[in-house]
Design a protein around this ligand. Structure first.
Ligand SMILES: [Zn+2]
Ligand SMILES: [Zn+2]
Length: 251
């Protein structure tokens, strides 16, 4: 509140057309421009040599390829040399944000003081009852897992992709592709404690969650069963618990 007023008062005292800090800067620039050498290319175009480097100044476009003028809004020493050559004022080539007029515009308004708490009205409920925002339910199942931060590793999948045969308990093949099935089956029927529907999944129900679906993909992507097994042992497809059906198939 008082800072705004202070700055406003400061601005009123300035006599020039440009903010005093910039006036100071322009004087320095003018001084430095004397070290440069000017080559006139046109009314508004110059080539300025400064420490063995040539800079191109265009006063109409208000550019110098040293880019100081573009960035600061205050003419660089190369441009200043060209402006002096044209016997013009450096002030008029400054960006408008350094004009006193625009400074005063910025501090034109003031913040009004707020009365002390003791002067506030009593018994009046000033603050309205604030209700929580209306929650809009978005489509889809709400996510349970935390959102990963950028660059954070995804969770490792704990389930191994290794298949274990339920007949011989060996890895890397399943019951359908078991090479030991002949030996195991020589005297008796297939081990039917494990329902085969678990292995030969032919689902009619809608697909389950990702994990189960993956298991189905793995079992289906297994290499096809050896010819001897598939021909001599047509496996029960629907209800493996009924042994009679299977026995009929195997005989
Ligand atoms: Zn320059
Ligand atoms: Zn096996």
């Amino acid at each position: 509140m008082s800072r705004l007023q202070k700055r406003k008062q400061k601005g009123i005292k300035w006599s020039g057309f440009i903010v005093p800090n910039v006036v100071k800067e322009l004087n320095l620039v003018k001084e430095e421009s004397r070290k440069c050498h000017l080559l006139v290319a046109g009314d508004y175009e110059f080539e300025v040599q400064d420490e063995n480097i040539n800079y191109i100044v265009n006063l109409r476009e208000r550019t110098c390829n040293c880019r100081v003028w573009d960035i600061s809004g205050i003419p660089c020493r190369h441009a200043a040399l060209g402006i002096s050559h044209r016997r013009e004022d450096l002030d008029s080539y400054c960006d408008s944000r350094f004009f006193k007029e625009n400074y005063m515009k910025a501090y034109k308004y003031s913040i009004h003081p707020v009365p002390d708490q003791t002067f506030w009205p009593h018994g009046v409920d000033v603050t309205p009852t604030l209700l929580p925002p209306i929650i809009k339910r978005m489509p889809g199942r709400p996510k349970k897992s935390r959102r990963k931060e950028q660059g954070e590793e995804p969770n490792a999948i704990r389930r191994s992709n290794m298949v274990k045969c339920k007949v011989c308990n060996e890895l890397e093949h399943n019951r359908r592709t078991c090479p030991n099935i002949q030996v195991q089956n020589s005297g008796r029927d297939l081990d039917l404690h494990v329902p085969l529907s678990k292995l030969t999944r032919k689902r009619k129900t809608p697909p389950l969650a990702g994990r189960k679906r993956k298991a189905a993909v793995i079992s289906s992507s297994q290499p096809p069963a050896p010819a001897q097994v598939s021909s001599s042992q047509p496996l029960p497809k629907k209800d493996p618990v009924v042994p009679s059906m299977h026995a009929a198939g195997s005989s």
